[in-house]
Ligand binder design. Structure first.
Ligand SMILES: [Zn+2]
Length: 234
């Protein structure tokens, strides 16, 4: 069942799942969903009261996840527009040529198009280029960050790269570390931060104090990197 209630100026929408359990548990997910696991037969007013009481914590979790949301400004894929790669801006220079290619030349993305260039063609060439670079750079980041976790006797997850709407990275229970392809626009230090954050989830599946202790130990300057990632308009 879907419910909603007002908490301050926020409207909290949540789903209630009843089962034969004794306690009530509230969970907030990265995609902003709120789920309440409640004992069978609980009164809706009781659920509302409990959600209200945990409101501050729920809002904090929602805001926490929100900050990971990529904020990609709309792109036109025309000459002169700037695009990021590893935290640096490069201007697009679009040329007509015998064959299609993308090259980074002295501060420019030189995009050669076979035929007359259109924003669609430019976008697909650039996306393809980003995909190839993400494969290489994310694998390097993963290998840089992994040794600390290997020493803890953890199983190495499989690296998956794809486009994600709401997150920079995730770690699934079956051992897949997924990175958002758009992260290739961020500085390498920020990519390492996201990888390390997700690898810490191998040990702690939530954002508990123990999780942060491990993150702090694995990457003492993680806050600086996270801040930098949030500031970069990717
Ligand atoms: Zn996390």
């Amino acid at each position: 069942m879907q419910y909603q209630l007002k908490y301050g100026r926020r409207l909290l929408k949540f789903e209630v799942i009843q089962s034969p359990r004794k306690t009530l548990q509230i969970e907030v997910y990265p995609d902003q969903r709120i789920r309440v696991k409640a004992p069978n037969g609980i009164q809706p007013e009781e659920v509302a009261r409990r959600v209200q009481r945990k409101g501050r914590w729920i809002v904090r979790q929602l805001d926490y996840f929100q900050q990971f949301e990529p904020r990609t400004p709309p792109r036109k894929y025309i000459g002169g527009e700037t695009h990021l790669y590893l935290g640096r801006q490069y201007r697009l220079k679009i040329l007509q040529a015998g064959e299609c290619s993308v090259k980074l030349v002295r501060g420019y993305f030189r995009i050669s198009v076979n035929g007359s260039p259109t924003p669609q063609i430019t976008q697909s060439l650039l996306d393809q280029w980003y995909t190839e670079k993400a494969q290489i750079k994310f694998t390097e980041a993963f290998e840089r960050c992994w040794p600390k976790f290997e020493r803890m006797g953890l199983n190495k997850p499989m690296l998956v790269i794809k486009r994600m709407k709401t997150r920079w990275g995730s770690l699934s229970e079956n051992g897949r570390l997924t990175l958002n392809i758009d992260l290739i626009r961020a500085p390498a230090a920020c990519i390492d931060y996201v990888v390390t954050h997700e690898l810490c989830h191998l040990q702690h599946h939530n954002h508990s104090p123990a999780f942060y202790t491990l993150l702090e130990k694995s990457m003492p300057d993680w806050k600086k990197r996270k801040h930098r990632l949030e500031l970069s308009l990717i």
